[in-house]
Design a protein around this ligand. Structure first.
Ligand code: M6R
Length: 598
């Protein structure tokens, strides 16, 4: 996690770096800092907390300088504090380093460097890089960095300054890093939104790349050779990465869902293509699909399992990537392994795909981020078209993943043409259906008031609504800090019933499908234990209100698509509960959007 930036050009570096860091805060926000080269000196400023706090501490002072690096942190080594905030410097303060990733052999390096007389001033792994560069610096920064990196094991996106050189040396290995190309100015950053205000021309750096950037241009090396890298034009606009009048990114991003569905469908649906779906993929000969993912993407995979098995009759196994990486389950070469990751940078998901490749499996990635690490790893890529998602809690990207999985299911499916056309028609209706859920936002807001005073909430569902319940619980817990558990509705009586009282509301996700009657039975069993029950149910469901205390109505869609409308309703429920509890919605405590450590 963490976000890094670097700037070199003719403008004052400090405001550019601070602005860029604000756009990277979703990657970590427990402390931050920047360094600029000013009058032949490296000036470093750091603060515990957010960029706003750093700006407050600076009280309007601009230290000048047109070259600088900055960092926003999600602590891995050493508590969040000013002392552990980046940039880190060498003994003399001549070198400044910002880093995203983990230096795995830092302990050994630190001991060796300390024995040589280097004095450490933080508990971080990163500081060893500054001292290693110091050890090798002999008037040529890139050479010193090359030699330092030779000794480093682990993951990194690094940007490094030396007081004697008007340049930035940056390097990438298993942590994202993008180079931004402006007019006589250059940027590096962990992610594209940090650059969009200044340029949309980017180069996605690859593992092993070292880039030397001056005001005159840049040179990318890999393994000692200069390498060409493609310059791309980013289609996201700066408005996409801004709040646009909404109080929080989360609310804005939920409201973007109809457009996201339209964009994702427009990208992958084509007239005249087999069955309308154009994923540029062979129908797998595989006897099985394995999906690997984490967090919300894992829940999307669980919905995908349901949909693919239903429509394409291909068995689908879903594994948490973090568990899969340490499991001994045999992996057949015939298995198609699908990694789902909106950021394309989740370390566990990347490792799972590497394991699958090593076993000879075909791999497919579903991701939202062009040029992300997963796009270089998997054999095939399907992009979701959600645009940048800034709020740490995933919302629109989850919906885009679901849309992609419906398309994948239809792609693999051999259902009759008429049935297929009906499904495609329903998919095309989804933006309108979701818009109607959004239009009923005030009712959801009112219902959210029924859970905000409780400390524990259960979410239950069956069939396709089970992963929807899991995701509803994750959303609520991560942004409102209410303890929430998602359960298969039939499982509650196998233990969790012991926890049910008037003080444990239960949110029941009810789809009008073959699980409907048994779900009503489960709700009755719950009600008999006194918890308040809130149902999320189809607008045409006339039965449900007899059994529950409150109903959130969602637009009528074919039951298999209820995962979309119901999830959006649960996202709004979580949002308004968190808002009423006064939580920091876009940046929940202890979290970061992209989890680049295992
Ligand atoms: O970028 P990814 O989809 O791989 O991220 C996976 C999880 O880290 C992510 O979904 C996380 O659970 C979010 N906080 C969910 O809102």
């Amino acid at each position: 996690m963490c976000g890094i930036v670097g700037y070199i050009g003719k403008r004052s570096a400090q405001p550019i770096i601070l602005g860029a860091l604000k756009r990277l805060e979703y990657r970590g926000y427990d402390s931050c800092g920047f360094a600029v080269l000013s009058n032949g000196k490296i000036e470093v400023f750091k603060e515990r907390g957010s960029i706003d706090e750093l700006e407050k501490a600076l009280s309007g002072v601009n230290v000048g300088g047109t070259v600088g690096v900055g960092h926003t942190r999600w602590a891995t080594h050493g508590e969040p504090s000013r002392r552990n905030a980046h940039p880190h410097t060498d003994c003399k303060g001549d070198i400044a380093v910002v880093h995203n990733g983990i230096i795995e052999n830092f302990q050994h390096l630190r001991e060796t460097l300390a024995a040589e007389g280097h004095v450490f001033r933080s508990d971080t792994d990163t500081e060893v890089v500054a001292h290693l560069v110091e050890r090798y610096y002999n008037g040529n920064l890139e050479e010193a960095v090359r030699r330092a990196l030779h000794e480093v094991k682990g993951s990194y996106a690094l940007a490094i300054l030396h007081k004697a050189d008007e340049k930035i040396v940056a390097a990438r290995s298993r942590s994202p890093l993008v180079l931004g190309v402006g007019d006589s100015e250059f940027f590096v950053a962990s992610d594209v939104p940090a650059l969009l205000e200044h340029t949309n021309r980017v180069v996605h750096l690859e593992d092993g790349d070292l880039v030397i950037i001056t005001r005159e241009g840049f040179r990318i090396e890999n393994g000692g050779n200069v390498v060409p890298r493609k310059m791309e034009t980013v289609l996201w606009s700066i408005e996409d990465a801004e709040r646009g009048g909404y109080e929080h990114f989360m609310l804005k991003e939920i409201h973007e869902t109809p457009r996201v569905i339209e964009n994702t469908l427009a990208t992958h649906l084509r007239d005249g293509v087999l069955g309308g779906v154009d994923l540029d993929l062979d129908v797998p000969q595989s006897s099985e699909i394995l999906m690997v993912a984490c967090g919300t993407s894992f829940h999307a995979a669980l919905v995908g399992k349901y949909v693919i098995e239903e429509l394409a009759s291909v068995p689908v196994r879903v594994e948490l990537a973090s568990e899969f990486n340490y499991a001994t389950t045999p992996l057949s070469r015939e298995t198609l392994v699908v990694g789902i990751t909106q950021s394309g940078e989740t370390a566990d998901t990347l490792s799972a795909l590497k394991r699958a490749k090593a076993a000879g499996c075909a791999t497919l990635a579903i991701t939202n981020v062009l040029g992300s690490s997963v796009t270089r790893l998997a054999d095939r890529i399907i992009y979701t078209r959600a645009g940048p998602e800034i709020c740490v809690a995933a919302t629109k990207t989850f919906t885009a993943q679901l849309i992609t999985l419906y398309l994948l299911a239809l792609h693999f499916s051999s259902i009759e043409l008429a049935e297929r056309q009906k499904m495609l028609k329903e998919l095309r209706r989804l933006p309108t259906a979701v818009q109607r859920v959004l239009d009923a936002e005030d009712e959801i807001k009112e219902v959210s008031g029924r859970i905000t005073s409780y400390e524990n909430v259960f979410f239950i569902g069956r069939g396709i609504s089970f992963p929807v319940a899991l995701e509803g619980a994750l959303k609520l817990k991560e942004i409102s800090y209410i303890h929430a558990e998602g359960y298969a509705a039939g499982e509650l009586k196998h233990g969790p019933f012991a926890l049910l009282t008037e003080e444990t509301p239960v949110v029941a996700v009810v789809a009008p499908d073959r699980t409907y009657d048994i779900m009503l039975n489960n709700i009755k069993e719950v009600k008999a234990r006194k918890p308040p029950v809130i149902a999320v149910a189809d607008e045409h469901d006339e039965e449900i209100e007899k059994y529950v205390d409150f109903v959130i109505r969602t637009s009528h869609v074919e039951p298999i698509f209820s995962a979309i409308t119901n999830s959006v309703a649960l996202q709004l429920l979580a949002y308004y509960a968190a808002k009423e509890r006064g939580c920091e919605i876009d940046k929940p405590r202890n979290l970061a959007k992209s989890v680049t450590v295992e």
